[in-house]
Design a protein around this ligand. Structure first.
Ligand SMILES: Nc1ncnc2c1ncn2[C@@H]1O[C@H](COP(=O)(O)OP(=O)(O)OP(=O)(O)O)[C@@H](O)[C@H]1O
Length: 316
C-alpha cells in the first residue's frame, strides 16, 4: 500500500475503488492576514490564492474535450462550491487545480494559478513544494487513504515528518495537536488506534487533520461528506466552517448535493456535462436560479430542507 502522503498527493485511493459572496468574517480576514495572505493593498481586494481561468480538460486518447471552461477565484477565507450530477466534471476540475489529472486527461486550455503562479510553468519540484503547503484535498471514503495496519497517529506523524521535516517525536506531538484541532474528543486515544476502530466521521476528521498538516491555504473537499449519515455530515461541515473562520482557510466544496454547498459557500458553480451552466453568489443561485437544471436541483432538495439555507426575507 503506498504511504498516506503519496496517496493524498496522487488521489490514488479514489482511482483504486473508482460564505456569502466575498464577504468574510472579521476573524477569517484577520487570520488570513496573519498568514501573510491579506489584501494586496489596504484598500484593494485580497489577492486570490487560487484562480482558474477558463480551464478546459481534454481526453488525449479520445481526442475530445470533457470540461468546457471553468473559471473561479478563491480569496483567503472564502468558499466556492461546485455542484452537479455524477460525471459532470467536478472531480476532474479539482484534480486540474491540484495538478493531479490522471492520464489520459490533460488541461487543454486556460490556466490554473496558485498564489499568483501559473502551475503549468512550475518545475515539478517547486510544484511539489507548493502542493500540500498551499493546496490540499480530502475525498470521499477516508478509510481507503489509511493503512489498516498502522496506528492513526503514526500515519499522520509520517506525513508531518515528510512535509515539515520534523523529528519523529515532534511529529508525533504534532499529530495529536492536529487530531485535537479537528475536534476529536480524545486525540491521544485516537492517535493510538487503528483505522478500523474509528467511525466514518472520525476517519474523515483524521483525513482533514492530514490535509491541514502542512498549513495549506486552500482545501478542496470533494464529496467529503457524501458517505456519511446526515448528522455526521453536518458535524464535518461545521468543522470545515470552523477551520475557515479560525484559520482563513479557503475552501472548494464539491458535492452533488446543493444543500451541502449552500451551507458553506459564498459562490456556487453548477456543472452539467462538463459545462458551467450557472455561476453566482450562493444567495443568487438559490433564490434566482436561471438555468433549468439548477431549478431542478433546488426542487429535488425542497423535501430535504434546503429552505433553511435561504433567508426568509429573500423568499418574501
Ligand atoms: N479515471 C477515469 N477514467 C476514465 N474516465 C474518467 C476518469 N475520471 C473521470 N472520467 C470521466 O470524465 C468525466 C468527468 O468525470 P468527473 O469524475 O470529473 O465527474 P464528477 O462530476 O466529479 O462525477 P462524480 O460525482 O461521479 O465524481 C466523466 O464522464 C467520467 O466518466
Amino acid at each position: 500500500m503506498p504511504p498516506l502522503s503519496e496517496k493524498l498527493l496522487t488521489g490514488t485511493a479514489k482511482a483504486e475503488r473508482a460564505e456569502r459572496a466575498q464577504e468574510k468574517t472579521p476573524k477569517a480576514t484577520e487570520a488570513a492576514r496573519t498568514a501573510g495572505a491579506g489584501p494586496a493593498s489596504p484598500s484593494g481586494p485580497p489577492s486570490p490564492v487560487l484562480a482558474l481561468r477558463d480551464v478546459r480538460i481534454g481526453d488525449r486518447a479520445g481526442g475530445r474535450e470533457i470540461v468546457h471552461g471553468v473559471s473561479l477565484t478563491l480569496t483567503p477565507g472564502s468558499a466556492v462550491g461546485i455542484v452537479g450530477e455524477s460525471g459532470s466534471g467536478k472531480t476532474l476540475t479539482c484534480r486540474a487545480a491540484l495538478g493531479i489529472l490522471p492520464a489520459p486527461f490533460e488541461v487543454t486550455g486556460g490556466s490554473v494559478e496558485i498564489d499568483g503562479h501559473d502551475i503549468a510553468g512550475l518545475f515539478p519540484a517547486r510544484w511539489t513544494d507548493l502542493r500540500g503547503a498551499t493546496i490540499s484535498a480530502v475525498f470521499q471514503d477516508p478509510a481507503s487513504y489509511l493503512n489498516p495496519s498502522i496506528r492513526v497517529g503514526a500515519q499522520i506523524a509520517e506525513v508531518v515528518r515528510v512535509k515539515q521535516g520534523r523529528s519523529r517525536r515532534a511529529a508525533r506531538r504534532r499529530a495529536v495537536e492536529l487530531l485535537r484541532s479537528v475536534q476529536l474528543r480524545d486525540p491521544e486515544l485516537v492517535s493510538s488506534q487503528y483505522p478500523h476502530e474509528l467511525s466514518g466521521g472520525m476517519l474523515q476528521r483524521v483525513l482533514i487533520a492530514v490535509a491541514i498538516a502542512a498549513g495549506p491555504r486552500i482545501l478542496i473537499a470533494d464529496e467529503a461528506t457524501t458517505a456519511l449519515d446526515v448528522t455526521v455530515q453536518a458535524e464535518i461541515l461545521d468543522l470545515l466552517a470552523d477551520l475557515r473562520e479560525r484559520t482563513g482557510l479557503a475552501l472548494v466544496v464539491v458535492s452533488h448535493d446543493l444543500a451541502v454547498v449552500a451551507q458553506l459557500c459564498d459562490e456556487v458553480l453548477v456543472m452539467r456535462h462538463g459545462e458551467v451552466v450557472e455561476q453566482g453568489s450562493a444567495e443568487d443561485v438559490l433564490h434566482h436560479p436561471r438555468h433549468e437544471y439548477t431549478r431542478l436541483l433546488i426542487a429535488e432538495h425542497e423535501q430535504y430542507g434546503l429552505e433553511k439555507f435561504r433567508t426568509p426575507e429573500e423568499d418574501a
